[in-house]
Design a protein around this ligand. Structure first.
Ligand code: AGP
Length: 609
């Protein structure tokens, strides 16, 4: 997925476009470009490479003008190079477009447009847009865009400017996010909120197939049939400072160190600390619905899927409701067997993951009640779900999720306890006991974060290995998966997460002294079983790092290295055990000189299939 910015007002457009692109670079960073309209000409400057490279290019002479578009790309069709970089223009540079998404039918459209005399220069699907708009243009840019998007199959978020209609920016979306920022005598366009916060926190979220005509004085939004819509202006309660690094070397490190705050945000807003009962005022889920649920499905992608797996253990343990978990990308193509007594929970930090949006729409068709756990207000998933529980993590910029992962876990604990309270599957003393343990978690996280120097030392000892196996049992198995994903996605070291009990059914064949094992082995009900697994691993001369419970003296005689986490109840260990694994991955990647916040080939939110 890519990052789009747009500006129309009385200031020079380029500094504003570039400031936004820097805030959106986590969405894609293999090439970047800007286009500026002035005196009936559009100037385009674009190049392969990150936004910083474009910035260097512009230092030699940025085009002047008060209307413009910017783009930072994550390549889907066409290699990252200068020609395939956005913006793209049509035959005569009268129409220029930036695009995020995938045009499924671009080949047939391209062939038709070429037969009509249009010349294409790039390998991208996007280049179809400016030529199509040119071919549909009569005397109004908005109408030309409205006609053109009807011919498009696939996903798009587009910004369009034209010398033939110079006083406006036209924007539209289908399947990819697009937000309009409202200023005083100026207007902004962006793929995500962080790009706008330097200028405004008043925004309008465009919805599917809506078309916005943006002038410096305001915006008119129509639906695909041309009906003018009255849209809600949302005030975003994030500020710009929250999207800065605040002295940390990387956003990822800053966001790990914000996890205490994220946990506290969720506790303070949802638990009555004096009565130790749950009060979910921000959750519009009817009590009778909670009582009638017979099955829960949790759908997600990537790390969010791992929180979903942990959610299965949590819900089944606390509420007795059977839970099924699936990857959104798998679920959406399976036979959907959901009905009125089902609750579907969709977990998505960005609220814009294409597969999870598609899964949501499939569940709605099947009649399941849909609850979203997301971090971004106004995101597609938050708007299309029946009810939303925000994970209260604040803007997460690092591509590798950390604080949002912890926020999602907190929501799953609180939601499960709330369901147990409503369905009376736990009595008040049991709920009280778990809440008392939850309330201690923030200071336990502080203790872990203070031991970061120990992790730095461990990263020094482990950073030269090329393969890792992460093991965990029960509710810690999803954390083993997450620990492996964190390492591989930012350090490019191969790492696999596996259930500790399954290791003997294959992966043990991989193990020798070149293949370290990281094992999550808290003092819980399966401790003895995991110790047996560790002994099997040690018999293969393998280096073992254990994440173990403070005070466990036995483990140190069995493994090579131990990182201790505070003692808590079995069900809560995932919140504590994931943090050293996040730091371990971070420090190894940093030591290897990897681009931790913008790992190669990845993007913060996968808004394409
Ligand atoms: C996690 O570090 C990855 N960046 C990725 O797996 C991510 O969790 C996944 O793409 C899902 O994103 P979402 O939560 O925004 O839907």
């Amino acid at each position: 997925m890519c990052g789009i910015t747009g500006y129309i007002g009385s200031k020079e457009a380029v500094p504003i476009l570039m400031s936004g692109l820097k805030k959106l670079e986590y969405r894609g960073y293999d090439s970047a470009g800007i286009a500026v309209l002035k005196d009936n000409k559009i100037k385009i400057v674009k190049c392969k490479g990150k936004v910083a490279k474009l910035e260097n290019l512009l230092e030699k002479g940025a085009p002047k003008g008060n209307i413009g578009l910017g783009h930072t790309r994550w390549a889907t069709h066409g290699r990252p190079n200068n020609i395939n970089a956005h913006p793209h223009n049509g035959c005569n540079s009268e129409v220029v477009v930036v695009h995020n998404g995938i045009i499924e039918n671009y080949t047939s459209l391209r062939e038709r447009l070429i037969s009509e005399g249009h010349n294409f220069v790039s390998e991208t699907d996007t280049e179809v847009f400016p030529h199509l708009i040119e071919s549909n243009y009569q005397d109004d840019l908005t109408l030309a865009v409205k006609k053109s998007i009807k011919e498009i199959e696939g996903s798009y978020a587009i910004g369009v400017i034209s010398t033939r209609d110079p006083g406006k920016v036209v924007a539209s979306r289908c399947g990819s996010p697009l937000i309009i920022g409202i200023g005083e005598g100026e207007m902004f366009l962006a793929s995500d909120i962080p790009a706008l916060l330097s200028y405004t926190n008043r925004v309008i979220f465009l919805e599917e197939r809506e078309i916005a005509t943006i002038t410096k004085d305001g915006v008119e939004i129509i639906d695909s049939e041309g009906k003018i819509l009255q849209k809600e202006v949302i005030n975003i309660d994030w500020d710009e400072e929250m999207t800065e690094k605040s002295g940390y070397k990387h956003f990822m490190l800053k966001e790990i160190f914000q996890e205490t705050m994220v946990i506290r945000n969720n506790l303070e807003d949802r638990i009555n600390l004096s009565t130790k009962t749950l009060e979910l005022n921000d959750l519009f889920l009817p009590l009778d619905k909670i009582k009638e649920i017979e099955r829960i499905s949790i759908l997600a992608c990537g790390s969010s899927y791992y929180t979903a797996l942990a959610g299965k253990y949590i819900f089944e343990e606390l509420t007795g409701i059977p839970v099924e978990v699936d990857y959104s990308s798998e679920f959406r193509y399976r036979k959907i067997l959901l009905g009125k007594k089902d609750l579907t929970i969709l977990i998505s930090q960005s609220g814009e993951t294409a597969d999870t949006i598609a899964a949501l729409r499939a569940c709605r068709e099947a009649g399941s009640y849909i609850l979203a756990l997301t971090n971004v207000r106004g995101s597609t998933i938050s708007r299309e779900a029946d009810s939303v529980m925000y994970i209260k993590a604040g803007p997460e910029i690092g591509v590798a999720t950390t604080k949002a992962f912890v926020g999602q876990l907190m929501c799953l604990y609180i939601l499960s306890l709330y369901f147990a309270q409503v369905r009376e599957t736990l009595d008040s003393s049991e709920i009280n006991k778990i809440i008392s343990e939850l309330i201690k978690i923030p200071q336990m996280v502080e203790i872990i974060l203070l031991k970061d120097p120990e992790i730095i030392k461990l990263s020094e000892e482990f950073h030269k290995y090329h393969n890792f196996l992460y093991l965990g049992r029960g509710i810690n198995y999803p954390i083993a998966l997450e620990g492996a994903l964190k390492l591989k996605e930012i350090s490019y070291i191969h790492a696999e997460g596996y259930p500790a009990g399954e290791m003997k059914h294959g992966p043990i064949a991989l193990l020798d002294k070149t293949f370290p094992v990281v094992v999550i082995v808290p003092r819980d009900k399966v401790y003895a079983k995991v110790i047996n697994n560790i002994k099997e691993v040690k018999a293969r001369d393998t280096l073992v790092l254990a994440i173990a419970t403070e005070g466990d003296k036995e483990i140190i005689n069995i493994v090579d290295k131990v990182f201790y986490i505070p003692k808590t109840s079995d069900i809560l260990y995932p919140i504590l055990s994931v943090i050293p694994l996040q730091l371990f991955a971070y420090h190894i990647a940093d030591r290897l000189g990897c681009d931790v916040d913008k790992p190669r080939n990845l993007a913060k939110s996968v808004t394409v299939e």
